[in-house]
Design a protein around this ligand. Structure first.
Ligand SMILES: [Fe+2]
Ligand SMILES: [Fe+2]
Length: 437
C-alpha cells in the first residue's frame, strides 16, 4: 500500500521562519507542509483539513498565543498531534502547552534542522500508528457488533426451531397416544366380541389382562413389555373362535379326543390370527404359550421353566385364577382360588409369576366384590362424572359387553357410554356405586 501524504501545519508570525521551514522539508515528498502566520489563520486551515496529522506552533505570537491556538485546535482536529516551539528559557510556556494545549512535546528555539525534521517525522509516524490503532479498534468494534447481531439472530433461529420441534414432538406424541388408545380399544372390542359366545366368561379377558399387567408392574417389567402383556392377555383365548359351540361349555379335561385336539389348538390358532400384524408378533408369542406348564407338561410346545416367555407365564397364572374365581361362589371364592394357585405353583405355574399374580389379585378384584357402605344409583349417561364406579356390567342389546362392572369411569369411558346411549336406548342410564354417607 503506497503511503499517503501526511499534512503538517506550521504556525509562526515570522515569515522568515515559515520560509525556512518550507525549505527544510522541500525534499520530503510524503509530507504536505502547510503554513499559517497566526492562530486565526491556522484554525481556518484546520477547518479545511480535518485530516491534518501534526501541528507545530510558535508560542510567542501577537494576538493568539501558541498555547491558546493549540487548545482551540483540539476542538477541530482532536486526533492530530501537537508540538510547540519555544525559547530556551520559556519552560513555563512549554509546560502550559503540554497541559492546556495538548502538545506532545516542545522544541526549543532556535532549533537544529535535523532534530526538527526527526521530531516532525516521529510525530507523523506516531499519528499514523494512532490512526491505524483507531481504525483497528473501529473494525473490531464493528465486527463485534456484527457478531452480537449474528448471535442474536442465531439464538432467535434456534429458539424458533426448538419451539417448532417441540410442537412437532408434542403433536406426534399425542398422535401416538391416540393410536395406542385406539389399538387398545380395538383389542378390547375383539375380546368382548369373543366373549359373546360364552356368557359365563364375560369380562374374563379384561380380568386376565388387569391381573397380568398389575403383576407385570409389580415385577418391574418395561413399558413395552407391559403393552405386549396387556394385548396378549386380552387376546389369549382369541383362538377359541375355532372351537365348536358344543365343546365350548365342556371343561377341557372332559372333552373327547377330537374335542381335546381342537381345544389344544386354540393357542396356535390365536397366534396365527394376530401374526399378520407385525407389531403384535410378541403378543402372538404370549398367546401361543399361555397353556405351557412350568414342569413342561403343557401345550402346544411343552416348553419348560424359563423357556416359556415371562408374559405367557404370568397370563397362565392370571387365566387360571380368573377361571377359579368364577367356579367358586361366595365371599371365600377368591381365597380358595388363591390357595389353588399356590398349590399348583412350582408344578403347573412359574412360582414367581404365580406369586405376583396372587399379590395383586385382591386389589384387582376389590372393585368386583360387594361394597359395604355403598349403594347403587341409576345415573343418566349425560350426568356421569369422572371417578364414578360402575355397579354392573354395561351390556348392549346385542349382548356385547361394553364396560365391566367395577370400572372407575374416566373421560373416555364416559364418552363411550354417552355415544352408546345415543345409539341404544337400553343404555340411556347406567348403574353406578355411590357412597351412602
Ligand atoms: Fe386358553
Ligand atoms: Fe382363558
Amino acid at each position: 500500500m503506497a503511503e499517503q501524504t501526511a499534512k503538517v501545519l506550521f504556525v509562526d508570525d515570522e515569515a522568515n521562519i515559515l520560509k525556512a521551514i518550507n525549505r527544510l522539508f522541500i525534499e520530503d515528498d510524503d509530507l504536505e507542509i502547510m503554513t499559517a502566520a497566526g492562530g486565526e489563520e491556522g484554525l481556518a486551515i484546520l477547518r479545511d483539513n480535518p485530516d491534518v496529522a501534526l501541528i507545530v506552533s510558535d508560542q510567542r505570537m501577537p494576538g493568539m498565543s501558541g498555547v491558546e491556538f493549540l487548545a482551540a485546535s483540539r476542538e477541530i482536529v482532536p486526533n492530530a498531534l501537537r508540538m510547540v516551539l519555544t525559547g530556551y528559557a520559556d519552560i513555563e510556556a512549554a509546560v502550559d502547552a503540554i497541559n492546556r494545549g495538548g502538545a506532545c512535546r516542545y522544541i526549543s528555539k532556535p532549533w537544529d534542522d535535523e532534530a526538527l525534521r526527526a521530531a516532525v517525522r516521529d510525530g507523523v509516524e506516531r499519528f499514523r500508528l494512532m490512526e491505524e490503532n483507531r481504525h483497528l479498534h473501529e473494525v473490531i468494534r464493528r465486527k463485534n457488533e456484527e457478531l452480537a447481531r449474528w448471535n442474536r439472530d442465531l439464538e432467535k433461529m434456534v429458539q424458533e426451531q426448538s419451539i417448532e420441534l417441540q410442537r412437532k414432538y408434542d403433536e406426534s406424541r399425542e398422535l401416538n397416544r391416540r393410536l395406542r388408545e385406539h389399538f387398545r380399544r380395538t383389542v378390547k372390542a375383539v375380546a368382548a366380541l369373543m366373549e359373546l359366545r360364552d356368557r359365563r366368561m364375560r369380562s374374563h379377558a379384561e380380568n386376565v389382562s388387569r391381573l397380568a399387567v398389575a403383576a407385570g408392574k409389580r415385577m418391574e417389567m418395561k413399558k413395552t413389555d407391559l403393552e405386549r402383556l396387556l394385548v396378549g392377555a386380552m387376546l389369549h383365548d382369541v383362538g377359541k373362535i375355532g372351537i365348536a359351540d358344543v365343546n365350548l361349555d365342556v371343561p377341557p379335561e372332559k372333552l373327547d379326543e377330537a374335542g381335546r385336539r381342537e381345544y389344544q389348538a386354540h393357542p396356535v390358532i390365536g397366534q396365527t390370527a394376530v401374526a399378520a400384524i407385525v407389531s403384535m408378533h410378541h403378543a402372538g408369542l404370549l398367546i401361543r404359550h399361555h397353556h405351557e406348564r412350568h414342569d413342561g407338561a403343557g401345550f402346544p410346545d411343552g416348553l419348560k421353566g424359563d423357556d416359556i416367555p415371562l408374559g405367557a407365564r404370568i397370563i397362565a397364572a392370571a387365566d387360571f385364577l380368573d377361571h377359579r374365581v368364577r367356579d367358586f361362589e361366595g365371599d371365600s371364592g377368591l381365597d380358595l382360588s388363591l390357595k389353588n394357585l399356590k398349590d399348583l405353583s412350582g408344578s403347573r405355574f412359574d412360582p414367581e409369576a404365580a406369586k405376583h399374580v396372587a399379590a395383586v389379585a385382591r386389589e384387582v378384584y376389590a372393585e368386583l366384590l360387594p361394597h359395604a357402605g355403598f349403594v347403587e344409583r341409576e345415573v343418566p349417561a349425560e350426568r356421569l362424572r369422572n371417578g364414578m364406579v360402575l355397579a354392573r356390567d354395561v351390556v348392549a342389546s346385542s349382548g356385547l359387553l361394553l364396560l365391566r362392572k367395577g370400572l372407575r369411569l374416566d373421560r373416555e369411558s364416559i364418552e363411550t357410554l354417552k355415544s352408546h346411549a345415543r345409539i341404544d336406548p337400553a343404555n340411556r342410564s347406567v348403574r353406578v356405586i355411590v357412597e351412602t354417607m
